[in-house]
Ligand binder design. Sequence first.
Ligand SMILES: NC(=O)c1ccc[n+]([C@@H]2O[C@H](COP(=O)([O-])OP(=O)(O)OC[C@H]3O[C@@H](n4cnc5c(N)ncnc54)[C@H](OP(=O)(O)O)[C@@H]3O)[C@@H](O)[C@H]2O)c1
Length: 238
Amino acid sequence: MSSSLISLVTGGSSGIGLEIANMFLEENLEVYSISRTKPLNHKIKHIEFDLLNFQQYHPTFQKLKKKLKDLKVLVHSAGKGIFGLHEELNFQKTKEVLDLNLMAPILLTQIFLRNLKQNKGFIVFVSSITATKPSPLASAYAASKAGLSQFAKSLWEETRKAELKIVNLEIDMTQTPFYKDTWFTTDTHPNSYIKPKQIAEILRNIYLQKENLNITNIIIQPQFHRIQKKKGGTNENN
Ligand SMILES: NC(=O)c1ccc[n+]([C@@H]2O[C@H](COP(=O)([O-])OP(=O)(O)OC[C@H]3O[C@@H](n4cnc5c(N)ncnc54)[C@H](OP(=O)(O)O)[C@@H]3O)[C@@H](O)[C@H]2O)c1
C-alpha cells in the first residue's frame, strides 16, 4: 500500500539518515534513500547514486522529480568528515568533503524546491556543531557545515511565505559509523555521545509541530565533551 506523502533522505543507508528514514516510515510516509549502498530496512526505497557525481544530477533527478510530485520531506544527511592538521589533509578527499556536505545539498534542494513549495513541504539539514564552534583539526569540515547552516537559514527566510518549513540540526558527537576511517571516535561513556535514534525522535517532534510555527535551528549536544582517540590512530586515512 503506498501512502500519499513522500520523504527523500540522502544517506538513508546508515547512522542518522537511517534513523530519520525509519522515523518517517513510522509516520506513514513513503521513504526513499539516496546512497551508494542499500539500506538494510527493505521498506526504504533505494536510489543508488553517488552524490559526488554532479554530472548525473540532472539526468537522474529530473526524472525522479516527476515521479516524486508528492514530495513532502527532503532530508540532507549524507556527509563525511576529514580531520587532522589542515596542511596534512589529502587534497582530493578535502574537496570531496566540501562537495558532499555543501554542494550536494544546495544543488539537490534546487532541483526539488518547486515540488516542496507546492506541497508546503519540510526540508531538514543535518549540519554540525562545528558550523558555529571553531573546531581545530576540523577546519575544512567545519567550513562545509558553516556554509550548510547559513544556506539553510537563508533559504528559510526566502521560502517561509510559501509555507515551507526548514530545520537545521547542528549536532555534536553521535554514535554512528561516521568515525570509522578517522583517528578518533565517540567516547564509551554513555553521556558523551548522542544516539542517532534520539536525533530522529527530536526531529519527529519538530515535524509534528503545529502549522503556525517552524523550529529553524536546533543544537543537540551530549552532556559530556569527550572523544576517544583510537589506538595507534594517526591522520594517515586523511
Ligand atoms: N556522527 C556524528 O558525530 C556527526 C556529528 C555532526 C554531524 N554529523 C553529520 O551527520 C550526517 C550523517 O552522518 P552519520 O553520522 O549518520 O554518518 P554515517 O553513518 O557514516 O552516514 C553517512 C551517510 O552518507 C552517505 N554517503 C556518504 N558518501 C556518499 C556519497 N558519495 N553519495 C551518497 N551518499 C553518501 C552514506 O551512504 P553510502 O555509504 O551508502 O553511500 C551514509 O548513508 C553527516 O552529514 C555528518 O556530517 C555527524
